[in-house]
Design a protein around this ligand. Structure first.
Ligand SMILES: Nc1nc2c(c(=O)[nH]1)N[C@H]1C(S)=C(S)[C@@H](COP(=O)(O)O)O[C@H]1N2
Ligand SMILES: [Mo]
Length: 252
């Protein structure tokens, strides 16, 4: 049988314990308030407060080294899971002053040496389809179905292996208004495609015709619509949403 021993506590002891409890509570509260003020006095680094940017950078290091590899694939869904009404989001670089008929993809091999690739040439590469959960940082996601050529097949076909050894690829729209930077490992990933089809049909204009990027290992912000130019660099290319405070890596 357990024995319960009654403890007699004096009023003075109760008062002391209450005082200690409240002191801890106020210290904690003061810590929170000062922490908050301190954080907001920190300088900005690429659109985010410096300490927060440091957290993003650490996350990026961990996830890019541990999780991303060829055998780390985004989940592929069955055809009937794909939605028919695909959301249209983001229209930077999607102005009317653009003629898809005269468009060619520009691939900068090195400064002053640009390769021009037509849509027909891209369609001549093996076709790859992906059905995946497209996630936007705004909080929505949709299972969508896309078709196109693997970026890595373009690299193979046009002998861009040396360029693909660099750390980053940069992409921008023909008018330069939207631009992304992507680590080469992710753009060479087997599910990353130069996309010209959606739901088995030619890609609609507002979804990035004639050619957009579909990169299932990244959030929506990196899926640049209406690709004008692709180049390679060992420095981080400018990135539209990174400059507005988002994570550069933006991987899933
Ligand atoms: N050119 C261009 N591409 C873009 C954007 C944009 O504003 N301009 N927005 C991005 C964002 S935030 C998302 S979520 C996806 C949306 O693609 P969708 O319009 O096909 O749904 O496109 C990405 N690519
Ligand atoms: Mo997005």
């Amino acid at each position: 049988m357990p024995v319960f021993k009654e403890e007699i506590i004096s009023t003075a002891q109760i008062r002391k314990r209450t005082l200690i409890a409240f002191s801890f509570f106020f210290l904690f509260l003061a810590g929170c308030i000062f922490g908050w003020i301190w954080l907001h006095r920190q300088p900005e680094s690429d659109g985010a407060l410096k300490p927060l940017r440091a957290v993003l950078n650490t996350n990026e290091k961990v996830f890019s080294s541990l999780l991303l590899s060829d055998d780390h694939l985004a989940k592929n869904f069955s055809l009937d899971a794909a939605v028919h009404k695909v959301r249209v989001n983001g229209d930077a670089g999607m102005g009317n002053n653009f003629d898809p008929a005269t468009w060619k993809l520009q691939v900068v091999r090195k400064p002053g040496d640009t390769l021009y690739v037509s849509l027909d040439e891209i369609k001549a590469l093996p076709k790859t389809e992906v059905i995946f959960d497209f996630k936007c940082i705004e909080g929505w996601s949709q299972i969508t179905h896309w078709g196109g050529a693997k970026f890595s097949d373009l690299v193979k076909k046009y002998g861009l292996d040396e360029q693909a050894q660099m750390q980053y690829a940069g992409l921008h729209t023909p008018d330069n208004a939207y631009y992304v930077g992507i680590d080469t490992k992710s753009i060479m990933h087997p599910q990353t495609i130069l996309c010209y089809e959606m739901n088995g049909q030619p890609l609609p204009m507002n979804q990035g015709a004639p050619l957009r990027l579909i990169i299932p290992v990244k959030y929506g912000i990196k899926h640049l619509k209406r690709i004008g130019t692709i180049y390679f660099s060992n420095q981080r290319p400018p990135d539209y949403w990174f400059e507005r405070g988002y994570d550069y890596f933006s991987g899933l």
